[in-house]
Design a protein around this ligand. Structure first.
Ligand code: SF4
Length: 267
C-alpha cells in the first residue's frame, strides 16, 4: 500500500530497437507486427526522363488528334441504322391496297409491355378493309411503353405488322406518343387503291396471304369510283402524294423531330 501523500511510479514503456516505443501488451494479448516500410514498385525516373515525364501524358492526346474521328455528329448527321434495326412499326397492305391486319390481337397478347391495343371488327360488303371476315378497326401502339423487342411482329400471322428503321420518336405529350392506325398504316403505292373496297374478283383470303393477288383490278377501281368519286388514289385522282398524308400523331411527332434537328444545328 502506497504511503499517503506519495504518487505510485508510472509503469515503464518497453522501447523497441531503434528508439520507437512498442505498443504496450496487456495480459493475454498478441501484439500486431510492425508494418514494413513502403517501397514503390514503379521504377522512379531519373535525369531527362524525370524532366519530361509530365509532358509525356500529352502523348496519348497528340497521337489521337490525327486518328479518324469515330464520333457520330447526331443530330447534325444522321447515320443509317443496320437493316434489321427495330424501329417504329408499320401496318402493311396487300398489292391492291387492302389492309393485311385482321384484328386478331395476337400482337397485343404477345407484347410484354402491354403497349398494343387492338379492336377487331367485321368486314361488310359495303366496307371491306382487309381480305376475309375481320379487320383491325382500332389499332394503337403506345411508344412510351414499347421496348422495341419485336415479339409483336413475330406473333402476327399475316405479316401485317413489321418494324421500320425509324428511331426518331418524340412527342409533345403522353397522348402524343400513342400512334393510331392512321399513323401506322403503310403508304399506298402504285397499283393500290385505298380501302375499303371489295377483294379482287374470284380470290380468297388464302390467295391474298400467299401473295397471289396483284394490283387493284378494274372492278375494284370502278367500285371505289362509284362509292368515293373524289378518292385521290383513283387514276384520275389527286395522286398518291395527296393520299399518303401522315396521321395527326405522326405529323406532330415529325414536327417535334424536325425542331430537335434545328436545335441540334442540323442542316
Ligand atoms: S397486326 Fe397482326 S397480330 Fe396484330 S392484330 Fe393485326 S393481324 Fe393480328
Amino acid at each position: 500500500m502506497a504511503e499517503s501523500g506519495t504518487t505510485p511510479p508510472a509503469p515503464q514503456q518497453p522501447v523497441a530497437p531503434g528508439g520507437a516505443v512498442a505498443p504496450q501488451q496487456r495480459g493475454g494479448e498478441v501484439g500486431a507486427p510492425a508494418p514494413a516500410p513502403y517501397e514503390s514498385l514503379i521504377p522512379q525516373s531519373t535525369g531527362l526522363r524525370a524532366l519530361l515525364a509530365p509532358v509525356g501524358g500529352f502523348g496519348v492526346t497528340l497521337s489521337n488528334m490525327f486518328r479518324k474521328t469515330v464520333t457520330e455528329q447526331y443530330p447534325r448527321e444522321t447515320v443509317p441504322t443496320k437493316p434489321r434495326y427495330h424501329g417504329r412499326h408499320q401496318l402493311n397492305r396487300y398489292a391492291d391496297g387492302l389492309e393485311k391486319c385482321i384484328g386478331c390481337e395476337l400482337c397485343a397478347w404477345a407484347c410484354p409491355a402491354d403497349a398494343i391495343y387492338v379492336e377487331g371488327a367485321d368486314n361488310t360488303p359495303e366496307a371491306q378493309f382487309s381480305p376475309g371476315e375481320r379487320y383491325g378497326r382500332v389499332y394503337q401502339i403506345n411508344y412510351l411503353r414499347c421496348i422495341f423487342c419485336g415479339l409483336c411482329i413475330e406473333a402476327c400471322p399475316t405479316r401485317a405488322l413489321t418494324m421500320t428503321n425509324e428511331y426518331e420518336l418524340a412527342g409533345p405529350t403522353r397522348a402524343g406518343m400513342i400512334y393510331e392506325k392512321q399513323d401506322l398504316l403503310g403508304p399506298l403505292r402504285d397499283g393500290m387503291v385505298a380501302g375499303p373496297h371489295p377483294m379482287a374478283e374470284g380470290t380468297t383470303a388464302t390467295q391474298y396471304y400467299r401473295g397471289e393477288v396483284g394490283a387493284a383490278t378494274a372492278e375494284q377501281v370502278e367500285w371505289v369510283r362509284e362509292h368515293r368519286p373524289d378518292d385521290s388514289t383513283l387514276p384520275e385522282g389527286a395522286g398518291l402524294a395527296a393520299a399518303n398524308v401522315p396521321g395527326p400523331t405522326a405529323a406532330r411527332m415529325a414536327e417535334h423531330v424536325a425542331g430537335a434537328h434545328r436545335q441540334g444545328g442540323a442542316r
